[in-house]
Ligand binder design. Structure first.
Ligand code: CMX
Length: 249
């Protein structure tokens, strides 16, 4: 299933639900943000999958109508996608009528679009493309590429041939980092230039001969070598942490 980015809850007064939300989500709220185009003030609780508290801004807001008709409660569910336009086209081809022709700006710099609840058995569905996206080249790791693409945070800039390691200037400019899996032997034998983007190498033992050779060969590169036998399912979280640490520098 597509990952759930957030669940929207419509309320009359955001301040009145704050202590409840802090307890439920076990997280302090982010700063409130007015999304004028949507006629809402939003406040997110939690990261990864979050709760979005929606207050109406003005009588014309869709949330004002919702509160009048239905009262406070669950307003919508938002799926995170890597490319909102692709999914808008996909839903249209599947016979749905998205509310807008193209994705529009939403909270937190996202690109969003909605399906009408009448088309979805009575619940409002949003698709959103995160503002945080990372171009990544995956080498030898089709499994990881698939998992990361599904997180909605990851774009694959080019299709590479399996077994072909792209380093140095051959790396596309938009590429944010290089992820290599089980390639240390091949790399440490060759004379390849050090990658010019931070590189994460998975499933290589830190004390292996190849890993040590790579570390000395690419001493300028920011290498992260993950422990042996790390399960693929843990890698998305590790990658997101890795990118977050680069942003904080
Ligand atoms: N969930 C379920 N049903 C909903 C709904 C919701 N959130 N909002 C409206 N409905 C239902 C109404 O109850 C009504 O049902 P009945 O016909 O059975 O009475 C029907 O949909 C039509 O409702 P309406 O009040 O006449 O509203 P509109 O058709 O004019 O608009 C909608 C409905 C979904 C198009 C409008 O609410 C909209 O454009 N929503 C998207 C924008 C939005 O909600 N933005 C806030 C999100 C902010 C963010 O996450 O960034």
């Amino acid at each position: 299933m597509l990952p759930v980015d957030h669940v929207g809850i419509a309320v009359n007064d955001g301040a009145a639900v704050e202590s409840l939300l802090v307890k439920l989500a076990d997280s302090a709220p982010a700063l409130p943000e007015d999304v004028d185009r949507q006629g809402v003030r939003v406040r997110f609780y939690g990261s990864g999958t979050s709760l979005e508290i929606l207050e109406a801004l003005g009588a014309e807001s869709a949330v004002t109508k919702y509160l009048e008709k239905r009262g406070e409660g669950l307003h919508h569910i938002a799926f995170r996608v890597a490319d909102a336009q692709t999914h808008l086209d996909r839903m249209r081809a599947a016979g749905f009528q998205p509310l807008t022709e193209t994705p529009v700006p939403g909270a937190s710099g996202k690109r969003i679009f909605f399906l009408h609840p009448r088309d979805t058995h009575g619940f409002l569905v949003e698709f959103c493309q995160s503002a945080k996206q990372y171009a990544v080249l995956f080498e030898h790791c089709a499994g990881l590429e698939e998992i990361m693409h599904k997180t909605g945070y990851c774009r694959i800039p080019t299709q590479q041939l399996p077994g072909h390691v792209v380093t140095g200037n051959a790396l596309p400019k938009i590429c944010r980092s290089l992820v290599v899996q089980n390639a240390s032997f091949e790399l440490s034998q060759g004379e390849t230039d050090a990658p010019r983007v931070p590189t994460l190498i998975s499933e290589v033992s830190t004390d292996s001969h190849h890993a040590q050779r790579l570390q000395s060969q690419w001493s300028e590169a920011q290498l992260v070598i993950l422990p042996e036998n790390l399960q693929l399912k843990h890698l998305p979280a590790i990658l997101l942490e890795f990118w977050a640490s680069m942003e904080n520098e």
